[in-house]
Design a protein around this ligand. Structure first.
Ligand code: NAD
Length: 356
């Protein structure tokens, strides 16, 4: 096996380095993966810029990256479900499997979760990486490695739609047309929503949403109140949405989600912005609008893979830029500044399409 294990390591704020790391030794229930594709997520950029997200603080060097797919290079002794050469999507969080949350099937809430590139745990923008075999999802031959990497954000969209109880005929408002808003749009369509309105402050993002099948798009103006925008939403949709999913994290957006949702409906908050915000709580409670949080995903990877494999969603459209791992700094700059209309920036650890 090659000795080269070039790895992208975040040492601190604005301090990302490419360096050689030892190839990891695997435990009996793990596989060694030759990494192929790793997408850049907003959280990766946030750690680079700020060194923390909420209570997760970078206190030691951390390998970045968690939206990923790789090829099985070595099997732990007890692994029977995979074989060397299998192409897999990597679900990046491995829970303890024994706490109450894990036992109840809500493993995304496990306090012992080991999640790639969430301090203090390393991610997988590296040539060789080890992972629990049961959190690797074998890709069918026709699903590309890039699509495998994109199962990560898609799983967030699937989970958000499940939390919102999107179903046949749902009228859905999605706030924010970034990668997460767009995967939520695709998941909502696949789950039977009949009408979807998506908002953003940037027309180009809304154009992509329209191309992906949004029924309506709404370009927001910063000087509009949430109540005014809620009226506009109602007018555009010919009624109030029964589900609203915030995918941007702005206070104004969460406020709009509450005002816009019909009485008895559901607001789901995916976007992570300021830790404390001002919300019209009485409006929500007096109209029995449920407000629900979303934290990553839980048992959603298989569904996300089925959506991609069946052709029901086209996540490929989200990828606007490609870089080699050696160009990691440039890739992060492109993602961070949205250069060239960047939506999802993909980093290739192997030359692109090597494993497709
Ligand atoms: P992004 O920044 O790329 O996209 C956000 C989009 O929202 C942008 O297009 C921006 O123009 C738009 N926007 C900003 N303010 C707006 C407003 N007031 N109204 C409407 N649109 C507005 O981010 P992303 O990668 O798509 O992620 C979206 C959010 O989801 C982030 O806050 C991220 O931290 C969060 N997130 C949460 C989870 C979770 O588990 N809860 C998982 C992944 C991402």
């Amino acid at each position: 096996m090659a000795k080269d294990n070039l790895t992208a390591v975040l040492h601190g704020i604005e301090d990302m380095r490419l360096e050689q790391r030892p190839i990891p030794e695997i435990a009996d229930d793990e596989v060694l993966l030759a990494m192929d594709s790793v997408g850049i997520c907003g959280s990766d950029v946030h750690y680079l810029a700020h060194g923390r997200i909420g209570d997760f603080v970078l206190t030691k060097p951390m390998i970045i990256g968690h939206e990923s797919a790789g090829v099985v290079a070595k099997l732990g002794k007890k692994v029977t479900t995979l074989k060397v050469g299998d192409r897999v999507a990597i679900e990046p969080g491995v829970p303890c499997r024994s706490c109450d949350h894990c036992k109840l099937g809500k493993y995304n809430l496990c306090p012992g979760m080991v999640f790639c590139a969430t301090p203090p745990y390393d991610g997988n923008l590296t040539r060789y990486y080890k992972h629990a075999a049961d959190f690797c999802f074998k890709l069918p031959d026709h699903v590309t490695m890039e699509e495998g990497a994109l199962l990560e954000p898609l799983s967030v969209g699937v989970h958000a739609c499940k939390r919102a109880e999107v179903t046949l005929g749902s009228k859905v408002l999605i706030l924010g047309a970034g990668p997460i808003g767009l995967v939520t749009l695709m998941a909502a369509q696949a789950m039977g929503a009949s009408e979807i309105l998506i908002t953003d402050l940037v027309q180009q993002r809304l154009d992509v949403a329209k191309e992906l099948g949004a029924t309506h798009t709404l370009l927001l103006k910063r000087d509009q109140t949430a109540e005014e925008t809620a009226e506009l939403v109602q007018k555009t949709m010919g009624g109030q949405p029964d589900k609203s999913i915030d995918c941007c994290g702005a206070e104004s957006s969460a406020r709009l989600a509450i005002f816009a949702t019909r009485s008895g409906g559901i607001v789901v908050v995916v976007g992570m912005g300021a830790p404390e915000v001002k919300l019209p709580l009485i409006n929500a409670l007096a109209r029995e609008v449920d407000i629900r949080g979303v934290f990553r995903y839980c048992n959603d990877y298989a569904a996300a893979l089925a959506l991609v494999a069946s052709g029901k969603v086209n996540v490929k459209r989200l990828v606007t830029h490609h870089f080699d791992i050696k160009e990691t700094a440039k890739a992060f700059e492109t993602s961070r500044k949205g250069l060239g209309g960047a939506i999802k920036v993909m980093i290739h650890v192997q030359p692109r399409d090597t494993n497709n």
